[in-house]
Design a protein around this ligand. Sequence first.
Ligand code: ACM
Length: 626
Amino acid sequence: MKIRIAGVLLLLTGMTVANAQQPINLIPQPVDVQPQRGTFTLTKTATIGYDQPKAQAAADMMAQKLNAPTGFGLRPKAGTKASIQFDLNETPNPKLGKEGYTLDASSKGVTITANEPAGLFYGMQSLLQLLPKEIESKTPAQSSWTIPAVRITDYPRFGWRGIMLDVSRHFFPKDDVKRYIDELARLKFNTFHWHLTDDQGWRIEIKSLPKLTEVGAWRVQRAGHFGNRLDPKPGEAASYGGFYTQNDIKEIIKYAQDRNVTIVPEIDVPGHSMAALAAYPELSCTKTPVSVDPGTAFSEWYGNGTFKMLVENTLNPSDEKVYEFLDKVFTEVAALFPNQYIHVGGDECYKGYWAQDPGCQALMKQLNIRHVEDLQGYFMNRVEKILKAKGKKLLGWDEILEGGISPEATVMSWRGIKGGIEAAHLGHDVVMTPTTFAYLDYQQGDNDPPIYATLRTKKSYSFEPVPDGVDAKYILGGQANLWTEQIPTLRYAEYMTYPRGWALADVYWSPKETKNWDKFVPRMEAHFDRADIAQVNYSRAVYDAIVRTSMKNGKLTLTLESEVPNLDIYYSIDDTMPDAFSTKYSQPVELPDGPITLRVITYRAGKPIGHLIVLSRDALQKRAGR
Ligand code: ACM
């Protein structure tokens, strides 16, 4: 009896140890994960196989990923009995769809099956995440190369899982774009929205309109915060910028296709067009020569969504030359990109110059339009006709709803989710990418350089892309947007993308029912360790205290919280540096009057873990009631 109990205990302890050594920390969280007894260890005698030619690409990529850190020199072979086996289902498994897969790992080996190569690619990504973190190393590393036995069945919740990169506000060279796409593909994102044009640079070669890149891709070199940078000086050389040749673009499209990523190009019109107008000023209403904007204060924002452009950055909707220009642009864009969608922007278009323009006034009369805003509808419908003639579908920011657009147009909801709700009710397909959950340019905590707003990882994680009362069939999926006004390098683009990009990978892939922030945190932390080895940058703002204030009975009241559970929060208001011997936060605190400064720091298990957050009374006062 005793012996049997001891045996059972040993077994249980053994299992706990095995699990404790190697917990399963996948991002995104798969649909179903069934841990099994045992482990599989990859050695140099391992084999990689594929059952048919269409499965070879996944096997080849697997070998490439494994060989760099292990140094094993594995070479895939056609066949069915390898220790890492990639098989395509003869009869499709309807549950898996186009992108799903099963992964079966036992002590004997690993089999990944799918209906399509995309599923094998995703099974491969899950297998890589099951391996120890050293697998992320680009150079030979030491590890056990052991994975826990497990059965996984997995497929995405949404077909559209996107990330947008703005390459206009800062130019990202070809190899940076590839690296960014590779990182996204590993998180099972399948759509790369490429914001190629804006006021600060035109980045795509259009052979029939060479000045777009000769002039429009270059601006004067400037430092300082976007929106406050110094104006170009007369005669100053435009030395900052760059663009992608059509060959570069073909190369990137192929690179993305190999990773199951579709590219959606965006040509942002009729607003956000100053770079195009720097090249062809005759396309504006005033026809005034302009420079590519280096991030000056050319716009005024009034806080309620209204704004004014002090420099004209819109195309003239009443000029036929504009549509001839757009036809040339979209002819070349449509020929380059195989994707059915072309994003035509439509956001933040200032109509003030249209209102003053005799041509626009005459057009309004002719169309029997009373509001200048409705000219945007006319413009977008013309653009949609151009795209249709080239076999493409129009996609635009939610402003395209304002002037009226055909029901076939797809709407990207960015000003919250209300545009998406309205669009879905009108029968449009919708991609959800609201500022409130999905804007990766927003700061992640109080220690980040300030920009428009703050968006914490926990908030991104809490996003539900299908609003109540909306038919889910209209919600194609969701996206995260990385605007780069304040992001000059890929390294910083990574910092802003992760961990929020991991949170949104879960939101767009994983079943709603599996969502649980407390369970996401250890997965996120495991990915911090992996990112360190992969040399991918990320923010640690999740460890910083969340500082809130409110006015209660005329007193400023402080509430502190941690985003990651089980942190200890210490603070001071006496101009001392806080540590684990300072006041420990436990409940809301009434702050004394006077010019105090709050300093807050978080600890975990006796060690400081978050940044020191310093806020003046003014800053605390400002956030009261927010
Ligand atoms: C946008 O953020 N202007 C779409």
